[in-house]
Design a protein around this ligand. Structure first.
Ligand code: SP5
Ligand code: ZN
Length: 334
C-alpha cells in the first residue's frame, strides 16, 4: 500500500495545552509520526496541489488567519505558541476584529489547539498527503494511507480545535467529488467524534458521514456526536453517529462497525475515506476504550470487505509506544 507523508508535518510542535485546568505537555507531538514511520517503512512525498482544494472546504478568511496567526502573535509581543483565551458564544453577530486574541477565539472552540511557527506548513502538507492519497485511489489503487499529522477531523470550514487545523479527510473527500465521483462515504473510527467533518458535510446529500466514538455525554467534543444528529436539509439521513460508552471493547465496537458499514453500503458510495484514530487503544493516555493491538487487523478486514476503494487518513492516537504496532496492525487488514 502506498503511504504519503511529508517531513514538513513534523514542524508543528507546540509545547503545551490547557487540559482540565492545568497546562500539560502537548499530546499531539512529532514523536507520533516518528513512531508510525519506524513501523510502516518507506513513504512517498506528497505532490503539491496548492490551496484550491483546501479552499473547497475551508473559508478564505480562516485559511488567511491560519497563515498569519503566529506572526500576528509575535507582533503583539507574545512568547511561545499562539493560543486563544476568549471565545464568542454561538449566535454572536460576526464582527470584523483585528486583535490576535479576538481572532484566535473567532476561529477556534477550545484551548488545546495552539499555533506555532511551523503549524501552517505542517497542516498544509498534512492536507497534501491526503490529496495525494486520493490521487492514488482515483488512479485505481484499492487502498492508500495518508499519514496525516496534525490530524484534521475536529476542524470545520472556519474553525480549528482538538489538535486539528485543516480537515484532511474532508479535503480528500471533496477532491473525489471534484474529480467526478458521485457519492463519497467517510467512516470515522477515531475515539473522538469528528465534529469538523460532520459540520462540513451536514447539509450535503452526496457525502455520507458515519462515526463511531466515545459518547459525547462523557467525552470531548461534548457538543457534537449525539445519535440524533442525522443531517440537515439535503443532507438529512446522510449523517450517522454511533456513540459508545467508555470501556467499550472489540465485540460492541465491531457491532457498531457493522451498522456503519451497512449504512454505507445502502448509500452506495463510490469511494470510502476512513478517518483512523488509534486512540481507541486500551493504553491510550487520554481515551477510554479497550481495543487491543490485535483487534485493528480484523477491524480493517471488515472495512476492506465493503469492497470500496479506500483512503485511510491518520487522525489521533497518543499511546506512542504502541502507535507503530497499532497502525501496522490496521494497515495489515487491507
Ligand atoms: C484528533 C484527536 O484525537 N483529538 C483529540 C482532542 C482531545 N482534546 C481533549 C482532551 C485533551 C487531553 N489532553 C491531555 C494531554 C496530556 N498530555
Ligand atoms: Zn481522537
Amino acid at each position: 500500500m502506498r503511504i504519503f507523508h511529508s517531513p514538513h508535518q513534523r514542524l508543528h510542535a507546540p509545547e503545551k495545552e490547557l487540559h482540565n485546568g492545568a497546562f500539560v505537555p502537548f499530546a499531539e507531538h512529532p514523536g507520533r509520526v516518528d513512531a508510525i514511520l519506524a513501523a510502516v517503512g518507506p513513504t512517498d512525498v506528497p505532490a503539491d496541489h496548492g490551496e484550491d482544494p483546501i479552499l473547497r472546504v475551508h473559508s478564505r478568511a480562516y485559511v488567511d488567519f491560519l497563515k498569519t496567526a503566529f506572526e500576528d502573535w509575535r507582533a503583539a509581543g507574545r512568547p511561545g505558541d499562539a493560543a486563544g483565551y476568549v471565545w464568542p458564544v454561538v449566535g454572536r453577530r460576526p464582527l470584523k476584529l483585528s486583535r490576535i486574541d479576538a481572532r484566535l477565539g473567532q476561529y477556534s472552540y477550545d484551548a488545546s489547539t495552539p499555533i506555532g511557527s511551523g503549524t501552517w506548513d505542517a497542516t498544509y502538507w498534512s492536507a497534501q498527503a491526503a490529496l495525494s492519497g486520493m490521487d492514488a485511489i482515483l488512479g485505481g489503487e484499492r487502498s492508500a494511507f495518508a499519514l496525516c499529522r496534525p490530524p484534521g477531523h475536529h476542524a470545520g470550514a472556519d474553525y480549528m480545535g482538538g489538535y486539528c487545523y485543516l480537515n484532511a479527510a474532508a479535503i480528500a473527500a471533496e477532491a473525489a467529488i471534484s474529480a467526478g465521483r458521485k457519492r463519497v462515504a467517510i467512516l470515522d473510527i477515531d475515539y473522538h467524534h469528528g465534529n469538523g467533518t460532520q459540520d462540513i458535510f451536514l447539509t450535503r446529500g452526496d457525502v455520507f458521514f458515519a462515526s463511531i466514538h466515545a459518547d459525547p455525554r462523557t467525552d470531548y467534543p461534548f457538543y457534537w456526536g449525539h445519535a440524533d444528529e442525522t443531517g440537515i436539509g439535503g443532507g438529512e439521513g446522510t449523517n450517522l453517529n454511533l456513540p459508545l460508552p467508555q470501556g467499550t471493547s472489540i465485540a460492541p465496537f465491531e457491532a457498531a462497525l457493522d451498522r456503519a458499514l451497512g449504512a454505507i453500503a445502502r448509500f452506495d458510495a463510490d469511494v470510502l475515506v476512513c478517518s483512523f484514530g488509534a486512540d481507541t487503544f486500551a493504553g491510550d493516555p487520554i481515551s477510554f476504550f479497550e481495543l487491543r493491538t490485535e483487534d485493528y487487523g480484523p477491524i480493517a478486514r471488515r472495512i476492506a470487505a465493503a469492497g470500496l476503494p479506500t483512503l485511510i487518513v491518520m487522525e489521533g492516537g497518543y499511546a506512542v509506544d504502541a502507535l507503530g504496532a497499532n497502525v501496522s496492525s490496521f494497515l495489515s487488514g487491507f
